[in-house]
Design a binder for this molecule. Structure first.
Ligand SMILES: [Fe+2]
Length: 179
């Protein structure tokens, strides 16, 4: 069984996608710590959720090849199911557990924090208040799914707490993602 790091190195080529996966992984690790869940498992899910995105950009198929790779490597069904649920619409796998809601929220908030950091020239000093304004501003990074960010409360994490955790997690990896 290859580690998440090995699979990540093997399948992800572009800097854009590798930064995205590192961000989602860092946020998932921080959420797991907060919730008393398995940090390594949650961080791995974040790192691997978009493993096939460079070849499967079509949402109708995105996730299927990742599932095949993870299955062949011996990753368990619950892990693969959670990965598929981040593309619920395309894969027909519903988000239902805490880890599912956290993955989709992390997937989206990471992009919003990144775009906000570009705008304000860095992650230093970023606060929840400013980030919340960007969430409300629908034209800012318009492709980001606000509904999936707000769904974090279905995982039992208050929105403000989630935003705080996510900002701190991204500040912790600022250098790795070019800030
Ligand atoms: Fe993603």
């Amino acid at each position: 069984m290859k580690s998440s790091r090995e699979l990540f190195m093997e399948h992800i080529r572009t800097r854009e996608l590798s930064c995205h996966c590192i961000e989602v992984s860092a946020i998932m690790r921080a959420l797991a710590r907060e919730l008393g869940e398995d940090e390594e498992r949650w961080a791995s899910l974040g790192l691997l959720h978009d493993l096939d995105f460079e070849t499967e950009k079509d949402l109708a198929t995105h996730g299927k090849r990742t599932a095949d790779i993870l299955k062949a490597e011996g990753y368990d069904e619950a892990f693969i199911r959670s990965m598929l649920s981040h593309n619920e619409e395309g894969m027909g796998v519903r988000r239902e557990s805490r880890i599912d809601y956290c993955l989709s929220a992390a997937d989206n908030i990471s992009g919003l924090i990144y775009a906000y950091a570009l705008m304000r020239k860095g992650l230093d000093g970023m606060e929840v208040k400013g980030l919340k304004k960007r969430i409300k501003e629908k034209s800012f990074a318009a492709a980001i799914r606000r509904d999936l960010i707000l769904d974090i409360e279905k995982a039992g994490v208050p929105l403000d707490k989630f935003l705080e955790i996510s900002i701190r997690a991204m500040q912790g990896i600022a250098k790795d993602i070019g800030f």
